[in-house]
Design a protein around this ligand. Structure first.
Ligand SMILES: NC(=O)c1ccc[n+]([C@@H]2O[C@H](COP(=O)([O-])OP(=O)(O)OC[C@H]3O[C@@H](n4cnc5c(N)ncnc54)[C@H](O)[C@@H]3O)[C@@H](O)[C@H]2O)c1
Length: 281
């Protein structure tokens, strides 16, 4: 590993779940570009091409996870330094809309999936001098989003799990952090938009919900994950790093036709629009 550039990951071995698409794929590619050897566990690893080592595994199946982690460690030369728990699925609806089977399925993948992969990886991580776990959480853990009751519950659990794991493993030299992306431009969001009545209007509403006026990119989330996974973040643990275009922390005035205050000034009509709810849901 480079002594001069702590962002470099030369010589480190990394495993990314859900690394064949979207945020996970961007992360796996960035870790590899920074010098790590990277294995990907995914239901469909076909998107993880060389130099990534694609391995088929289902994070909702404990045996599959154990086999997948063992195969990854084997192909990485018997070591593991970085685990990125990223595989996740979505759910749409209020608390009335999802049945028990959907609740079990989403919690099984999004929460238990991280527990399964972490416990399979921990024995190897304990042997690393640069051990780090990064969980992909979400703005849904920290802000109330409409129509996301089940998904938000799963990501709230991921946030708490991140803190508890950080406390449990800090004395073992294993750092645990999470990233909280806002809505990110990935195949997942593409599928959601394609299913909307008016995809263009829905896309505009999602863009407007973020103070920067655009979706987050997968590469921007990957950069945050790569930082938290790197020796540059050696003193960072138990942190949730928002990558959300300001969606969680900022309360800007909505932009009016004549600028931020609008033609009627700060108390005018532009100030009455709810920036967090551009589509009136
Ligand atoms: N896209 C967003 O707006 C957004 C925002 C915040 C958080 N996130 C989180 O980011 C993560 C990745 O989302 P994305 O948008 O890149 O999604 P994506 O659908 O593009 O990629 C998800 C990947 O996970 C894999 N996967 C799904 N279930 C799996 C399972 N049971 N076992 C193994 N692999 C499985 C898929 O095959 C896919 O390759 C998720 O945890 C998601 O909750 C996404």
């Amino acid at each position: 590993m480079s002594e001069t550039d702590p962002i470099r990951l030369d010589g480190l071995k990394a495993l990314v779940t859900g690394g064949a698409s979207g945020i996970g794929h961007a992360t796996a590619c960035l870790l590899a570009a920074r010098g790590a050897d990277v294995a990907v566990l995914d239901l469909d690893p076909s998107g993880a091409r060389a130099p990534l080592l694609g391995i088929k595994a289902d994070v909702s199946d404990d045996a599959s996870v154990r086999e997948g982690v063992a195969a990854a460690v084997d192909r990485l030369g018997g070591r593991l330094d970085i685990l990125v728990n990223n595989a996740g699925i979505g759910a749409v609806g209020t608390v009335e809309d999802n049945d028990d089977a959907q609740w079990h399925r989403v919690l099984d993948v999004n929460v238990l999936g991280m527990a399964r992969t972490s416990r399979a990886a921990l024995p190897r991580l304990r042997r690393s001098a640069h051990a780090a776990i990064v969980n992909t959480c979400s703005i849904a853990a920290t802000a109330g989003l409409p129509q996301r009751a089940l998904y938000s519950a799963s990501k709230g659990a991921v946030l708490s799990l991140t803190l508890a794991m950080a406390a449990d493993h800090v004395r073992e030299g294993i750092r645990v952090n999470c990233v909280n992306p806002g809505t990110a431009d990935t195949p997942w969001v593409g599928r959601l938009l394609a299913a909307a009545d008016d995809p263009e209007a829905e896309r505009a509403a999602l863009d407007a919900r973020q103070p920067m006026g655009r979706l987050v990119t997968a590469g921007e989330v990957a950069a945050a994950i790569a930082y938290l996974a790197s020796p540059a973040a050696a003193s960072v643990t138990g942190t949730a790093l928002a990558v959300d275009g300001g969606m969680q922390g900022l309360r800007p005035r909505p932009a009016g036709p004549a600028g931020p205050a609008g033609p009627a000034g700060p108390a005018g009509p532009a100030g009455l629009t709810d920036p967090a709810d551009p589509v009136g849901r």
